[in-house]
Write a protein that binds this ligand. Structure first.
Ligand code: ADP
Ligand code: ADP
Length: 234
């Protein structure tokens, strides 16, 4: 059965007197363990879709199911708890807490799970090592480059091994060499841990390693393609 199911999803923003229809009757199903890339022109609704999938915003209409849970019917409190227990999110703008070190930032999801401080920091440091930041564990975000901060954000998303990780242009602010490294490391980590990974991206390379590529245009699903091994190799 799909781990993510989207039914007749609609999102309308109000800007002054105007209505912006960001998503209009979106239907999708994503299978467990899939790497799914969401692509499409700027302003087509990709970030809006990701925000609804991850429960960061409420849909205007329609439903988002994660496993058997209808997250569109949850209260804000239920949703916050569900996100902490089951979901990871990698933001384009990192969203690190400025007063915490890299390791403390990465350890946050483990704190919500009740892991003790010593164990949390050990696991966080291990996760930072996997992202090539073993020497930066004690640094604050302001002491790191954008690329390093994003790798801290990625380590934070993975550390508690959530069922699903959502990522909005995770490599948008990295140089092209770092992008490749970070990308492949991230996707390997998802595959090794059987984590479903849903990502908005402009990277052509990335869409090539995806199991599914969903193209959004004018707030609708323009195409939804499951890549077979042959298509990926091409
Ligand atoms: P994409 O991620 O594909 O670039 P977005 O999902 O960010 O597109 O935006 C889709 C449309 O919804 C755009 O017209 C955008 O201006 C509008 N939009 C997105 N977020 C908001 C918001 N918080 N308030 C008003 N309009 C928004
Ligand atoms: P992206 O690179 O994903 O298209 P944007 O710069 O369009 O990102 O949007 C960044 C954030 O601003 C998103 O969280 C989106 O919801 C919000 N946003 C986008 N368009 C608008 C808008 N017209 N009014 C208010 N917020 C917006």
């Amino acid at each position: 059965a799909p781990i993510i199911r989207v039914e007749h999803l609609r999102k309308v923003y109000r800007v002054g007197h105007e209505k912006v229809i960001a998503l209009n009757d979106v239907n999708l199903a994503i299978e467990p363990g899939e790497v799914c890339c969401i692509v499409g022109p700027s302003g087509s609704g990709k970030s809006t879709l990701l925000n609804q999938l991850a429960g960061l915003e409420k849909p205007t209409k329609g439903h988002v199911f994660i496993g058997k849970h209808d997250i569109s019917e949850m209260t804000e409190n239920e949703l916050a708890k569900f996100r902490q227990e089951h979901l990871g999110f990698i933001f384009q703008s990192y969203n690190l807490l400025p007063n915490l070190t890299a390791a403390e930032n990465v350890a946050l999801p483990l704190m919500f799970k009740g892991v003790g401080r010593k164990e949390r920091l050990k696991l966080a440091t291990q996760e930072l090592k996997k992202m090539g930041l073993g020497k930066r564990a004690g640094h604050k975000p302001t002491e790191m480059s954008g690329g390093q901060q994003q790798r801290v954000g990625i380590a934070r998303a993975f550390v508690a091994k959530p069922k699903v990780i959502f990522a909005d242009e995770p490599t948008g602010n990295l140089d092209s060499q770092t992008t490749k490294q970070v990308l492949y490391r991230m996707l390997n980590m998802a595959k090794e841990n059987n984590i479903t990974f849903v990502m908005v991206t402009h990277e052509r390379d990335l869409a090539a390693v995806a199991d599914r590529v969903v193209t959004i245009k004018d707030g609708k699903v323009e195409s939804d393609v499951v890549m077979d091994a042959e298509a990926k190799a091409a």
